[in-house]
Design a protein around this ligand. Structure first.
Ligand SMILES: Cc1ncc(COP(=O)(O)O)c(C=O)c1O
Length: 509
C-alpha cells in the first residue's frame, strides 16, 4: 500500500495518463531529482516569464483576417491519434497571437487587464493542483485562505464582521449572485411579480442581464436619471420609489455603482445608503471596476459610503491586476448567501459544513465545482505587497488626470467627462461652414474624425483608445490603469492622436 506523501517506484513508469512526451521530459530531468518542488516551481515561474516575454504580441490589437480565420478553424478540429506536443504548442502560439493584448500599457479600451506577473504565476501554480474549492473537505487550505481574504477585503471596505462572500468568475456573476440574495432576503415568492428595482441610466448591462436571469421582467426596472456627472440623482430615486409604492408595487433593490464603466463616476453612495435604510431596500454596490479604489493609498475616501452597502461586487481581474476569472461578491451578512445558495445531495453528504469556520463555498454561490480563485490574488498580495498595489492604483488615476490636462491645452479637443478613477472621455471637435457662411461645430464630421482617429491609432499600433456614446453622442474614451505606462509615454499618445486628427481633417478637406 502506498501512503500519502510517499512516491511509489511505479511513478517512474508511464501511467496511462502520461503522454510519451511527459515520460521523456521526466527522464531528461532526472538530474533535478534532488531539487525541491518549490525550487522547481520557482524555476518554472522564471521560464514561464521568459517564454511569456518572448511571445508578447507585436500588435496591441490583432484581429485575424479571413484567411487566418480559415486556418484557425481548420486547426480547431480534434486530432484522432494525438500529435507531437511541440507542434501543437506552435499551433497554440499561432492561435493566441490573434487577440487584443488587453494587458498592453497602451490598450485603453473597455476595462484593460494590466495583469501583474505575480497573478500569472499564482494562476499557473494553482492550476498545477486543480483544486476543487467547492467544499472545506476538498480544499481546506485554499478555502481557509479564501475565507480570510474575503473577510479582509470586507474589512477594507468598512463592512462589519458579519460580512462574508465568495470568489466568482467576474462582475457579471457577482452582480447576479447579489441580485438573487437580495431577491430572497427582501421578497416573498408571491411578491416577485410586483417587485421593482432601481438602477441608473448608466448601470452596467450585466445588472439587467442578472435581473432577467433571476426571473424579473425588463419592465420591473426603473432607470433613474443621472446628474451632469453621470451619478444617480437621489431626488429622482426618491420620487420613483414613492410613485411605485403608490401604485401598489414592491420596491426592493437599489443598484449603485462605484466606478461606472463609461465614465468612472461614483454614485452618491452615502445618500443612496440613506434612502435604502429609510425605505428598507437592499443596496447593492457594483464596484466591479472601481471597488479597487478602496485599496488605493491616496483615494480611498472616494469609496465613502460603500461600508453601508448590503452587497458589493469587486473584480480582482480588473483593477487588482489579476488574470481573468477573478471577481468577488461580498455581502454584509453572509447568512443571506447561505439562505439562497445552500445545496444538498446525498453524494456530497460527507463534505457537509461541520462548523461555521469551515466554509463550503458551494453554499455561498451558484457553482458547485469551482477553482481556487483567491489563490492568485493571495500570491500577488504576498509577493507584491499592499503598498505597491496601492501605488499602482494611484498611478492609474494620476495618468488619466495628466492626459485630461494635456487635451485641455490642445486646440479643437474637448473633455466630455473629466478623469475619474482612471477613466476620461474626450472628443475632437470638427468645424464646418454652414449655408450662411458661418463656422459651426459639425457633429457628424466630429464623429467621423473620432472614429477614424481611433482606427488609425490602432492600425499604426500607436495605441488603442476606443469610442463610446454619452447622451447619444460619440466620443473617444480612455481607461489608463496600466502601472507599466509612464506619464510621458501617455502624453506622447495624446500628441499622436492630435496629429492623427489633423491629418484626417486635412484629408476630409
Ligand atoms: C461596472 C461593471 N460591472 C460589471 C461588469 C461585468 O464584469 P465581468 O465582465 O467581469 O463579468 C463590468 C465589466 O466591465 C463593469 O465595468
Amino acid at each position: 500500500m502506498t501512503r500519502v506523501g510517499m512516491i511509489p517506484e511505479s511513478s517512474k513508469i508511464a501511467t496511462p495518463y502520461q503522454t510519451t512526451q511527459q515520460t521523456k521530459m521526466m527522464e531528461q530531468d532526472e538530474q533535478t531529482a534532488n531539487v525541491t518542488p518549490s525550487q522547481l516551481a520557482e524555476k518554472l515561474c522564471k521560464s514561464f516569464l521568459d517564454v511569456r516575454s518572448r511571445t508578447l504580441p507585436p500588435d496591441i490589437v490583432d484581429v485575424a483576417d479571413e484567411r487566418e480565420v480559415a486556418a484557425m478553424r481548420a486547426l480547431a478540429i480534434p486530432s484522432t491519434q494525438g500529435r507531437p506536443m511541440r507542434e501543437t504548442i506552435e499551433d497554440m502560439l499561432r492561435i493566441m497571437s490573434h487577440r487584443v493584448a488587453m494587458e498592453h500599457p497602451r490598450f485603453f479600451g473597455f476595462i484593460p487587464s494590466p495583469v501583474h506577473e505575480s497573478s500569472l504565476l499564482g494562476h499557473v501554480i494553482t492550476t498545477m493542483f486543480n483544486v476543487h474549492a467547492g467544499s472545506w473537505f476538498e480544499s481546506s487550505g485554499p478555502s481557509a485562505v479564501e475565507d480570510v481574504m474575503i473577510k479582509w477585503l470586507a474589512q477594507q471596505a468598512g463592512l462589519p464582521d458579519t460580512a462574508g462572500g465568495v470568489f466568482v468568475s467576474g462582475g457579471s456573476m457577482a452582480n447576479l449572485t447579489a441580485i438573487v440574495a437580495a431577491r430572497d432576503a427582501k421578497l416573498s415568492f408571491e411578491q416577485r411579480a410586483k417587485a421593482v428595482f432601481y438602477v441608473s441610466e448608466q448601470t452596467h448591462c450585466s445588472v439587467q442581464k442578472g435581473l432577467g436571469i433571476a426571473g424579473f421582467h425588463a419592465s420591473q426596472t426603473r432607470h433613474v436619471e443621472c446628474d451632469h456627472s453621470f451619478r444617480m440623482k437621489v431626488s429622482s430615486l426618491r420620487k420613483a420609489i414613492a410613485a411605485d409604492r403608490d401604485a401598489g408595487l414592491v420596491p426592493f433593490l437599489i443598484v449603485a455603482t462605484c466606478g461606472l464603466t463609461n465614465t468612472g463616476s461614483i454614485d452618491p453612495l452615502d445618500e443612496l445608503a440613506g434612502v435604502a435604510e429609510a425605505e428598507d431596500l437592499w443596496l447593492h454596490v457594483d464596484g466591479a471596476y472601481g471597488g479597487s479604489v478602496i485599496l488605493s493609498n491616496q483615494h480611498k475616501h472616494l469609496a465613502q459610503g460603500v461600508a453601508r452597502a448590503h452587497s458589493l461586487s469587486w473584480d480582482a481581474h480588473k483593477w487588482l491586476f489579476q488574470t481573468y476569472g477573478c471577481g468577488v461578491l461580498i455581502v454584509r451578512d453572509s447568512r443571506h448567501l447561505i439562505q439562497s445558495f445552500t445545496t444538498n445531495a446525498s453524494y456530497i453528504q460527507d463534505a457537509e459544513e461541520a462548523s461555521s469556520a469551515h466554509v463550503n463555498f458551494w453554499n455561498r454561490g451558484i457553482e458547485l465545482t469551482r477553482p481556487a480563485r483567491a489563490m492568485k490574488l493571495w500570491f500577488t498580495l504576498q509577493t507584491l505587497g499592499l503598498d505597491k498595489l496601492g501605488e499602482f492604483i494611484d498611478h492609474g488615476i494620476q495618468l488619466a488626470e495628466a492626459a485630461e490636462q494635456a487635451f485641455r491645452k490642445l486646440e479643437n479637443w474637448k473633455i466630455v467627462t473629466p478623469a475619474q478613477l482612471g477613466i476620461f472621455n474626450f472628443s475632437y471637435v470638427a468645424w464646418s461652414i454652414n449655408l450662411d457662411g458661418e463656422r459651426e461645430v459639425s457633429e457628424s464630421l466630429s464623429e467621423r474624425v473620432n472614429v477614424e482617429a481611433s482606427k488609425r491609432a490602432i492600425s499604426r499600433n500607436i495605441a488603442a483608445p476606443l469610442t463610446t456614446r454619452l447622451h447619444g453622442k460619440l466620443n473617444l474614451r480612455m481607461c489608463t490603469i496600466s502601472p507599466n505606462l509612464g506619464t510621458d509615454q501617455l502624453l506622447e499618445v495624446v500628441h499622436a492622436l492630435d496629429s492623427l486628427a489633423t491629418e484626417i481633417m486635412a484629408e476630409m478637406g
